[in-house]
Design a protein around this ligand. Sequence first.
Ligand SMILES: *Cc1c(COP(=O)(O)O)cnc(C)c1O
Length: 324
Amino acid sequence: MSLEPHPTLEDVEAAALRIAGRVRRTRLVRSRPLSERVGTAVHLKLESEQETGSFKLRGAANMLLSLSEEDRGRGVVAVSSGNHGRAVAHMAGQLGIDATICLSSRVPEVKRQAIRALGAEVVVAGATQEEADREARRLVSHRGLVFVHPFDDPRVIAGQGTIALEVLEDLPSASQLVVPLSGGGLIAGIAVAARGLNPDIEVHGVSQELGPAMHDSLRAGRVVPVEETDTLADALAGGLGAENHHTFDMCRALVASTTLVTEDQIAGAMRFLHDAEGLVVEGGGAVGVAVLLEGRLAPKPGTVVVVSGGNVAPETARRVIGAD
Ligand SMILES: *Cc1c(COP(=O)(O)O)cnc(C)c1O
């Protein structure tokens, strides 16, 4: 149960001060090939170059740095074999906080090792993400660990929103932001900050066609479950959870549109970013570029695409973009 208010622009500004020096200020680059393709200047915000390979470090950093001394001493727990788990493990290690990451037995041993290598304890619990989640909640009540939600927490959302402050500092004329969308922490933080600074800025979400939790929920007018399917955009898979306190409301109020892209379109965007820009980007990080390449969103001057992550498995990189 959370009675906390939704985060505001002021919370994002406070987060930026808090996490400064702990996360990279990533590059905003004008993409000449993409600009030529769509006929207007398009910039890319390269969170694929963030420490740990994704923007998730911003939210994790702001969350952990916001904890009281007492809570830091209790240790934190998260559920994620991917970018969130990596970010929490990394930042906890930096701050000397004990981190436990709960995973299902389906997560391959190499991924468990990678999280252990960052100094976190790995608990393998159950055969599904849901069972791993239940184990994490149990550790919260039995061992007093502090739960670090991957998206639905005001401190996490505010941390992700710091991306918007950097974008608008580098490109004050930004007019529309195209943002990968799963649980909505990234887009909610970006939208509250960007639109707080300039209410004319439009924020557009992009999800994979296979299991787009927030898109379906916004359509339905309430949080609906999605089926978890394998997708190239693995960082975007998964539902909103039974109880959502922040991101659904914030997306409903602040997001101008949501668009879905197919697996082929995601693969095409990953190839384009590699071949034309020399960037290795994971599927979830490439969906915004896919939308522009496909002409699914009217380009206008001041378009910025958030490239949210670069952690692509080597075999996927070889198969999809012919690179490691
Ligand atoms: C987590 C993640 C997203 C989606 O973020 P939400 O806050 O869940 O919407 C997008 N891209 C990458 C690379 C991610 O790791």
